[in-house]
Design a protein. Structure first.
Length: 587
C-alpha cells in the first residue's frame, strides 16, 4: 500500500483528462451501478468488451487516484466502492445525454399541481424554530406539540412520500414529511437536533447554525430549490441503478421548463445501467409505474406538475429549470430586489422577488397566512408583542418596514405597532430573561444583546456565531464506514512476473501444445489477455472459461486496435499458433 499523494487528494481529474482505459471502465461502471456501492466480487464479474479483468482492476485503481471512484472499509479487510454522488450528473451529461424527447401535449386531466415548494417548507420551519424554543424529549425527539405545528406549516404531505420505495432517513416519532424536512435541515447544515441529557445547563433542541442560516437566506429561491433537489436526489433516490439513471435523466437539459413529457420515454432509452438484478439473478427493467413515487415527491416539493392523458398515461412538466441540479445545484442566480406591500388591513404582501433576508425579518414579527405566488403575512397584536418580548421592539419593526416597503405605510398601522409593542410585559424584556426560557444558541454573542432573533438585525455579527452541529433525526443510510485514504500500489494488481517465463510475455512465437495450453490457463488465472495467431491473422483473446475432456477454452476474440465488436469463440488445442501473454503496463 502506498499513501495517496496530495495531488491525488486535492481534486478530481476532468473527464477530458482520462485515458481511454479509464473512460471505458468508468462508463461501464456508471452504466451498471450508477451511484450504488459495488464490491471486488462485482468487479470480478464485470465483463467489459475488449478488456481483461486485470485491465478493469487497473482502470478502477487509476480512477480512484483521479477521484472518480472512492473506496470505504466494510471491515475484515473488505472494501466497497462507489462513484461519488456529486460526479453522477457529469457522467449523465457525458455518457447518457438524451436524444430529442418529444413533448407529450397538454394532458386531459391535471392530477397534481406542484405545491408551494420544499424551499418554503424549509424556510417556514426555520422561522418557527427561530420564534419558538423547540425542545426535545428525553428520547431526543421534538415534543408532540411542535411536531403537530410543523405538520400544519408544511405544504409537503405524507401522500407525497412513499417510504417503501424512496430512500430517506426516517424516524418512527415523526410523520414522513416532517422527517424529510428535518433531514434536509441537517443535510443543508442549517440545523440539527441536539440532545445532551436532561441537565438544565446543557443545550438541547433544534439548534440553528447561525452562519449557515445567514448564507442560506442570501440565496435566490432558484438556488435554494436546486440545492434542495440535489440533496433529495442523493438521499431519497432508491439504490436501484435503473431508478438512479431515471432520476438523473429527468434533469437532462433537453427537458425544459413548461414542456409536458411522458416519463416512459426516459425509461425506453435503456442501457446496461438502466437494468436491475433481482434476487434470482435475472434482469428486469424499470417500469413507469415504479418511477411514479419519485414524480409524486417532486410534485409535492413544488418542482413539477403531474397530468394524465386520455389513455391514462402519466405526464409531467417542470416548473423550474432542473439543469443546475445536474451539476450540484450550487450556481446562485441573482437574489431578488423586490419590496413589501403594507396593506391597511395589516396584511403584508410579499412578492416572489423579495429577498429572503427581508422575508425572514418580516416573518419574525408577523403571522403567516398563506404561501402562493404571493406570500401573505399579517401584523397582529400577539405577533408584535411576542417579538417585543424576544427583543425586537416596535422601533425596529417600523424601521424595517419603512426600509422594505415598496410604497406607503398607513399611519394607523404604524400607531398600532407602537401601541402593541409597548404593551409587552417589561418584566419579560429584561436582558437574558427569554434566553433562559428559549434556546441559548440563538443569542447574539457578538454584542451581548438579549434578542432571541439576532440574525436578521445584525447579519455581520451573527456571522461570527457558529452553532455546534451534533446529532440528527438519524444517520444517512449506506454512508461509508471508513473512507480509504490509501491506495494499493499498481504493481499489486499485476501478476508476479518472476513466476512467469519471460518469453511468455516478450516473445511472439509458436509453442508446444502442452505449453500453449498452459499459457492459456495461466492467462485465465491472471485475468489477462493473450495475443494469438488464427489462420495467419493476429488477434487478441480474453479467456473466460476452461473446459476439460476434451480441453477447450472459451473467450472473447477480436482484432487488436480496432473498435469493432468481439466474438465469443471456443478454441480447441491446435486452433492457434503464435502467441504471447499481454500484461497491462504500469502507469
Amino acid at each position: 500500500m502506498t499513501a495517496m499523494g496530495d495531488h491525488e487528494r486535492g481534486g478530481t481529474a476532468s473527464l477530458d483528462q482520462l485515458r481511454p482505459l479509464e473512460r471505458t471502465v468508468l462508463s461501464f461502471i456508471w452504466r451498471r451501478f450508477a451511484g450504488r456501492p459495488f464490491s471486488d466480487d462485482h468487479l470480478r464479474t464485470l465483463i467489459i468488451p475488449r478488456l481483461s479483468g486485470a485491465e478493469v482492476q487497473l482502470g478502477v485503481l487509476l480512477l480512484r487516484r483521479r477521484g472518480w471512484i472512492k473506496a470505504a472499509s466494510k471491515g475484515w479487510n473488505e472494501w466497497e466502492y462507489c462513484i461519488p454522488f456529486h460526479k453522477l450528473g457529469f457522467l449523465q451529461s457525458s455518457f447518457g445525454g438524451l436524444q430529442a424527447v418529444p413533448s407529450a401535449g397538454e394532458p386531459s386531466k391535471l392530477l397534481q399541481e406542484g405545491r408551494a415548494g420544499i424551499s418554503l417548507d424549509v424556510f417556514n420551519t426555520l422561522v418557527y424554530a427561530e420564534k419558538t424554543s423547540l425542545a426535545v424529549t428525553s428520547r431526543g425527539v421534538l415534543h408532540k406539540k411542535h411536531i403537530r405545528r410543523l405538520e400544519e406549516i408544511a405544504a409537503l404531505s405524507p401522500n407525497d412520500l412513499d417510504p417503501a420505495v424512496l430512500r430517506f432517513t426516517q424516524h418512527e416519532a415523526y410523520p414522513p414529511q416532517i422527517a424529510l424536512i428535518l433531514d434536509l435541515l441537517q443535510s443543508l447544515g442549517l440545523a440539527a437536533i441536539q440532545s445532551l441529557g436532561l441537565a438544565a445547563i446543557q443545550r438541547h433542541g433544534l439548534i440553528i447554525d447561525r452562519r449557515a442560516l445567514g448564507e442560506w437566506l442570501e440565496l435566490s429561491r432558484e438556488a435554494m430549490d436546486n440545492r434542495i433537489l440535489f440533496i433529495l436526489m442523493e438521499r431519497c433516490t432508491p439504490e436501484n441503478p435503473a431508478y438512479q439513471h431515471f432520476v438523473w435523466r429527468l434533469c437532462d437539459p433537453s427537458l425544459t421548463c413548461g414542456r409536458w413529457i411522458d416519463p416512459g420515454l426516459l425509461l425506453s432509452d435503456s442501457h446496461d445501467g438502466s437494468q436491475k438484478e433481482d434476487g434470482a439473478g435475472t434482469i428486469s427493467r424499470l417500469h413507469a409505474g415504479e418511477a411514479f413515487p419519485w414524480l409524486r415527491l417532486l410534485a409535492g416539493c413544488g418542482y413539477i406538475d403531474l397530468g394524465e392523458n386520455d389513455d391514462g398515461r402519466i405526464v409531467f412538466r417542470w416548473r423550474m429549470t432542473p439543469l443546475p441540479a445536474l451539476f450540484g445545484g450550487f450556481a446562485n442566480s441573482e437574489a431578488g430586489s423586490g419590496r413589501l406591500y403594507i396593506q391597511p388591513d395589516f396584511d403584508i404582501l410579499i412578492p416572489p422577488d423579495v429577498p429572503y433576508t427581508l422575508r425572514f425579518q418580516a416573518a419574525l414579527f408577523t403571522e403567516r397566512l398563506s404561501d402562493d405566488v404571493m406570500s401573505v403575512y399579517r401584523l397582529t397584536r400577539d405577533s408584535v408583542m411576542e417579538a417585543a418580548r424576544a427583543g425586537i421592539g416596535p422601533e425596529q419593526i417600523i424601521q424595517l418596514l419603512e426600509k422594505g416597503a415598496a410604497a406607503g405605510f398607513p399611519d394607523h398601522v404604524r400607531t398600532a405597532i407602537v401601541q402593541w409593542g409597548m404593551g409587552a410585559d417589561d418584566s419579560e424584556n429584561r436582558p437574558g430573561h427569554r434566553l433562559q426560557l428559549g434556546n441559548a444558541d440563538l443569542a447574539d454573542g457578538a454584542d451581548g444583546g438579549s434578542s432571541r432573533y439576532p440574525l436578521p438585525w445584525s447579519l455581520d455579527s451573527a456571522a461570527a456565531v457558529i452553532t455546534e452541529r451534533a446529532g440528527s433525526i438519524g444517520e444517512a443510510e449506506n454512508e461509508p464506514d471508513e473512507v480509504d485514504e490509501r491506495l494499493p500500489d499498481i504493481r499489486s494488481l499485476l501478476p508476479d512476473l518472476t513466476r512467469i517465463p519471460a518469453m511468455w510475455t516478450k516473445d511472439w512465437r509458436a509453442y508446444h501444445s502442452s505449453t500453449a495450453k498452459q499459457m492459456m490457463e495461466q492467462a485465465l488465472a491472471l485475468s489477462v489477455k493473450l495475443e494469438i495467431s488464427i489462420n495467419g491473422r493476429r488477434m487478441e483473446f480474453i479467456p473466460r472459461e476452461l473446459g476439460r475432456n476434451p480441453w477447450t477454452i472459451t473467450g472473447a476474440l477480436f482484432p487488436p486496435g480496432a473498435d469493432g465488436p468481439e466474438s465469443i469463440v471456443q478454441l480447441s488445442e491446435g486452433q492457434w499458433r503464435e502467441m504471447r501473454l499481454l500484461i497491462p503496463g504500469s502507469v
